[in-house]
Design a protein. Sequence first.
Length: 228
Amino acid sequence: MSLDSPVSRRLLSDEVFHRLRDSIVRGELVPGEKVKDGELAERLGLSRTPVREALARLTDIGLVESKPGVYTRITTLNRRDAEKTLAVLRTLDRLAIETAVPVMTRQDLQRMREANRDFARAVAANDTTTALAADDRFHAVPTEAADNPMLSRIVEQLHPQIHRILYRKFSTLLGGRNTIEHHDQLIDVCAGGDARAAAELSAHHWSELGGHINQLFDTDQFTEAAAP
């Protein structure tokens, strides 16, 4: 849904939060861009209050930064934050999988297979938005099976930080056959019931992704994200 589409008043700050978050991930609101609650409220057809609430939540998860009375702006992309976020996600995903594998059902494994098929179709169609949504659904299965609400909440908060990078360089980072094959490998190991092996495989995949992202920073692939 476009940022400029009016929001029903009953949805208020939750809908505004998701709309702004997705616009940041897609790069419609670019790194370093200054934003004003009044202008955003006008575009969304709302009062300033739900916009301010949404901006505060976006600040909490690191997508927006502000200096009172001076500016509110979209945070820039930088290597240090990416490395820290990836390290946490790698650790949490490993914990989720190690916890989930002993209790995963056939239905869980089927959901992972279906998500990976959707991911593969989206990759073939060069549809980044759908591919990332399918990738989220894939990884959400073991996270939900782990039945740890705090873990799920933290992962949900951190994913947009990495999605900003993946969205810009999707074909380089996730768009090849490797990711589809990695997903298939993880499904097979989970189905075999080896929790430790599945956790190690997941951690390895996250480390590979981190290496690819570092290479992009090394070659100045994110120079467009410099602060104004």
